[in-house]
Design a protein around this ligand. Structure first.
Ligand code: GLC
Length: 740
């Protein structure tokens, strides 16, 4: 069957960009409000606090919340986050209405990173689906579920490009590629920002602007030193997509960029965000980041930190209180023009107007049955998202999919009977009681109905050296036809402030694998982790390897769906898997260098390959796909032209399956060095056994553009090698030309 499936290789030009959401009517309403506000009222809007941070003063016995409630009543708080739910949200909104002069509703925020109570796969897992629209749907579900609890501002999506699996927050990211991250950024903002009329709306907050994912040594909060090329060609494109998609806010990151921490960095917050991109939304600092300007050593006092931040373009101060304590004085002393305060407050008021908070500051608590119905829908979506996030890395001898009938399966490992860790990082509203563990998923899929004999043993802990559970594990394995090993990381081992120097399985897991494998039974390894792990040794012991990340509440069902073939895995890696931590940072987007790896006196290691264990875009299927050679309607184009490349992809196996057709280019000779490969487009297609599809990729010249040596975006003439294939290391190739 022939299918025309044109794929644009760059974001389609938008007729009217949602970026310009601040209508004249919104501006007029905001200006009217502003005109009635005192300087303290204004700075109060720029102040945000963490309601979840509630120490008790040992001398006075007064809690932080008591103090905050008074601040709220004084109109000195514009936003609050980490509330416990709808009742508390309505209580604080009522305090605003009954005690403040201006009655400006609070903007209530929360970290809704990959789901709320219905926890979806971590973003790095969802990225493996190469399905931005699926992320749009999970983002919308998360916003709808959290809005019912009063959350009108979700601190998502996290769109920091990251190439370093030592960095714990790679779990929250979309991975290493700017194009894939950009498409997820757009979809996530569009999904997360729901708007069902007055008071039923949510703002997104793409973060962390910018460069946080390239922290040196993969150590969280560490120094970031970027060339303008890397900043503008790798780091910024996803944020630009998010802004163009109408993001109502952006979060400024903790880190410095080229010597200036972002909250004090006008090049990022003003020159790029406002002057170049026309961003109209709120720039919010990350947590206490104003106070960190003092620690960074770029501010000598709280007052100086407040001054540098407002002058750099940071609108809202998350939790330091520096703006409230110092901006009124700085304005009265003439060190900060009140105009800047007015501009920031206008944006904050405009977002609140846009969200309908003035019409409806309170959240209507949905009736129980409606909430239950919605929850069931979200849970189904969670299973769909989890299935599509799973990546099959190895399947020697087609040991997968497993039979269900009349088979004896040993399920062994610390991630098997485990319903906490599949929630993953940033799932503070998730409940382990809602999680289907891998063991439960297998039991329900094959134990109950199909009569398979399931033998379970934990074997060892996730991160301890004890081996006293090994014997029970070996006993379980001896009774089985096949062994499923559930390995990986605890949820606390990834996410914020969770960098690792090792990419191996923690604790005694490797020894457990070796002990079980020595029995000679077929072994299927399922790795549940928040990051790429470097496990080349696992291939010697496991015929099949399944990367199952931290998949959220439906983890066990989704993995069982894949293990038994009820779903043919379609995941493809959005981040490179290294052989060892010494190779890091390792990413497909790397440069050729003057001495490409080739042995002595080249850019290589004397003790390791330079190749990845599994490349970007890699993933196997239960079927196989064949690519025809590439045909082109023409092989040259002018610097503002385009051309179409086509391949026929055939499902040559006996399972229906999905393939992610990926298109990469290399600019062979350019005024500035170029990466070996750059993803410019992809298409996920589904094919029945024997079916073929003709996939056409429309290559536009702007997708070949580079920042030249003068930092001008230019499509330079010359030869471009194009690959179309299943991942960054394989594919059919053709050369095209851009002519003067
Ligand atoms: C954290 C994180 C940020 C989060 C914020 C509020 O430190 O860096 O991602 O949104 O504080 O919790």
């Amino acid at each position: 069957m022939k299918m025309e499936q044109p794929v644009t290789t760059s974001a389609p030009a938008q007729a009217v960009s949602p970026r310009k959401w601040m209508t004249p009517d919104i501006v007029r309403q905001a200006e009217q409000l502003l005109s009635r506000m005192s300087l303290e009222d204004k700075v109060g809007q720029m102040t945000q606090y963490d309601w979840g941070f509630n120490p008790i003063n040992p001398e006075t016995g007064v809690s932080q919340r008591d103090l905050l409630l008074e601040e709220i009543r004084q109109g000195r708080v514009g936003s609050i986050f980490n509330l416990s739910g709808a009742e508390e949200a309505n209580e604080l909104q009522r305090a605003i209405q009954e005690h403040t002069s201006q009655q400006i509703p609070l903007l209530i925020g929360r970290d809704v990173i990959h789901g709320y109570k219905t926890v979806f796969p971590i973003p790095l897992a969802q990225a493996s689906a190469w399905n931005p629209d699926l992320a749009r749907r999970t983002a919308e579900a998360a916003s709808r579920e959290s809005l019912a609890d009063g959350v009108a501002w979700v601190f998502a999506p996290m769109i920091d490009v990251s190439r370093d699996p030592r960095w714990g927050r790679i779990a929250e990211s979309i991975g290493e590629d700017p194009l894939l991250t950009s498409q997820y950024a757009k979809a996530w903002v569009e999904g997360a920002q729901i708007d069902d009329g007055a008071g039923q709306a949510t703002a997104s907050c793409p973060k962390h602007f910018a460069g946080y994912g390239l922290a040196e040594a993969g150590r969280d909060y560490n120094t970031v030193d970027l060339s303008d090329h890397v900043l503008r060609e790798v780091i910024l494109p996803p944020f630009r997509e998010a802004v163009d998609a109408g993001a109502l806010s952006i979060m400024a990151s903790f880190n410095e960029v080229n010597g200036i921490p972002v909250c004090a960095n006008p090049y990022l917050l003003k020159t790029i965000l406002r002057d170049e991109w026309g961003f109209e939304g709120i720039v919010a600092s990350d947590y206490n980041a104003l106070q960190e300007l003092i620690v960074h050593g770029v501010a000598g006092s709280e007052e100086e930190a407040a001054e540098r931040s407002i002058l750099a373009g940071c609108d809202m101060d998350m939790h330091s209180g520096f703006y409230m304590r110092h901006l009124p004085k700085l304005v009265r002393e003439g060190r900060v023009p009140e105009r800047l305060i007015d501009e920031s407050v206008l944006r904050i008021l405009a977002v609140k107007i846009k969200l309908g908070l003035f019409e409806q500051p309170y959240v209507a608590i949905p009736p129980a049955e409606a909430a239950a119905e919605a929850r069931a829908t979200f849970t189904e979506l969670a299973r769909e998202a989890a299935r599509e996030s799973i990546v099959l890395l190895r399947n020697e001898g087609q040991v997968l999919p497993l039979r269900k009938e009349g088979v004896s399966i040993a399920v062994i490992g610390p991630l098997a009977d485990n319903s906490k860790d599949p929630l993953g990082c940033w799932a503070m509203d998730g409940n382990p009681a809602d999680v289907i563990s891998l063991l439960e998923g297998i039991r329900q899929a094959a134990g109950a109905e199909a009569g398979a004999a399931i033998h379970y043993a934990e074997g060892c802990a996730i991160d301890a050296d004890g081996e006293d559970g090994f014997e029970a594990a070996l006993e379980a394995a001896r009774q089985a036809d096949v062994v499923v090993l559930a390995l990986g990381e605890a949820l606390e081992m990834s996410g914020e402030s969770r960098s690792r120097t090792s990419l191996d399985l923690p604790g005694a897991q490797r020894k457990l694998v070796q002990a079980v494998a020595a029995l000679g039974k077929p072994v299927v390894a399922v790795v549940l982790s928040g990051r790429p792990l470097a496990l080349p040794w696992l291939q010697e012991h496991a015929a099949a390897i399944v990367q199952a990340w931290h998949l959220g509440v439906q983890s066990g069902h989704a993995i069982a769906d894949v293990l038994f073939g009820d779903y043919n895995p379609s995941g493809r890696l959005s981040v490179t898997f290294p052989h060892n931590v010494g190779q890091v940072p390792i990413y497909y987007y790397r440069k050729k260098t003057g001495r490409p790896p080739a042995g002595v006196y080249s850019s290589y290691y004397i003790d390791s390959t330079t190749e990845p264990l599994y490349p970007f875009g890699y993933g196997l299927s239960y079927t196989s796909f064949e690519y025809s050679s590439i045909t082109a309607d023409r092989t040259s184009m002018s610097a503002n032209g385009d051309l179409n490349l086509s391949v026929t992809v055939t499902n040559t196996g006996d399972h229906e399956g999905e393939e992610v057709v990926q298109c990469y280019i290399r600019d062979e000779v350019a005024s500035v060095t170029q990466p070996l490969k750059k993803l410019i487009g992809f298409r996920k297609i589904s094919l029945r056994p024997g079916e073929s599809a003709n996939v056409t990729l429309n290559v536009q010249s702007d997708s070949l553009a580079i920042l030249d040596q003068d930092m001008k975006l230019t499509t330079e003439p010359g030869d471009f090698t194009v690959w179309i294939g299943p991942n960054a290391s394989a594919g059919q190739t053709i050369t095209i030309k851009v002519v003067e």
